[in-house]
Write a protein that binds this ligand. Structure first.
Ligand SMILES: NC(=O)C1=CN([C@@H]2O[C@H](COP(=O)(O)OP(=O)(O)OC[C@H]3O[C@@H](n4cnc5c(N)ncnc54)[C@H](OP(=O)(O)O)[C@@H]3O)[C@@H](O)[C@H]2O)[C@@H](O)CC1
Length: 244
């Protein structure tokens, strides 16, 4: 299995957009659909109800989460969708959010969430069976200090991840993407599931042995698969494979 650094993942992404002429919307749609399929597979393994909170960030990792929220809602899940921070650059988030809501996802404000051993909505004792971390992906820069609202919600999510099932999309938010080992002095998310898109990134080498690890995002052109030696052992027409 090929593990990519943050820079290699970024370069691959750029080639998909330039040389291979994919649009962002196409790729986040395929990524988000495969994330939703993986989450259904997780549910079949852990049991419990079909309730999920999807926390989305400002970049394309967040866009993957918004699309996944829509598909989960279409798969019969009760989905709360929280946009932690909107990007000033992206013009796709608004339409993706509107589509998710029209398919049954409920928008919740970050301020209305209570972070503890689990995450719940203010005034409600109900917690979510699955929390989806789609806040930051491979463009996260762990050398920069976290600004609001991430200075509060990422440590809150990290705490909740010790007792709740947190599914991380592509990268556990806050982790150093290109390092096998994480800073022991930082309070970081402990993923119960990681869904690596395209191929795992270096940080996935430091996953706990108990973490479910999926690879999905089956949209890489043959030429890139050969050149980068990305040989994911998909079976038949499956859009994801569980590798741990
Ligand atoms: N080829 C593939 O496999 C595909 C991958 N896809 C997905 O795209 C993801 C990568 O998306 P991405 O490049 O848009 O960036 P992402 O990681 O969402 O974050 C960017 C945001 O983070 C912010 N930010 C950074 N550091 C920060 C800090 N310390 N503290 C605070 N903020 C910080 C940064 O802010 P800025 O630097 O602009 O101020 C910006 O707003 C990838 O992981 C996968 O999920 C698919 O959708 C398509 C095909």
């Amino acid at each position: 299995m090929r593990y990519l650094s943050g820079k290699e993942a970024y370069d691959l992404d750029q080639q998909l957009f330039s040389t291979f002429q994919y649009s962002v919307v196409q790729l986040v749609e395929l990524a988000g659909l495969s994330v939703a399929l993986c989450i259904n597979d997780v549910l079949a393994r852990i049991g419990g109800d079909k309730t999920a909170l999807v926390l989305c960030g400002p970049g394309n990792n967040g866009a993957d989460g918004i699309v996944a929220a829509r598909h989960l809602a279409l798969h019969g899940w009760e989905v709360d969708l929280c946009i932690t921070k909107k990007s000033s650059k992206s013009d796709i988030a608004d339409s993706l959010i509107a589509q998710a809501v029209s398919c049954g996802a409920h928008l919740v404000d970050l301020d209305s969430l209570v972070f503890g051993d689990s995450i719940s909505k203010e005034g409600s004792s109900l917690s979510y069976n699955i929390i989806v971390d789609s806040i930051f992906g491979f463009s996260f820069d762990s050398s920069r200090p976290l600004r609001a609202p991430f200075d509060l919600c990422l440590p809150g999510l990290a705490k909740a991840s010790k007792s709740s099932h947190v599914v991380c999309v592509d990268i556990p938010s806050g982790w150093n993407v290109s390092s096998e080992k994480q800073d022991p002095d930082k309070e970081l998310i402990v993923p119960s599931t990681l869904i690596s898109l395209t191929t795992p990134k270096t940080c996935a080498l430091g996953l706990p042995k108990s973490t479910f690890h999926y690879v999905s995002g089956r949209f890489i052109p043959i030429e890139l698969i050969k050149r980068l030696e990305i040989d994911i052992p998909y079976e038949g027409a499956d859009l994801f494979v569980k590798i741990q």
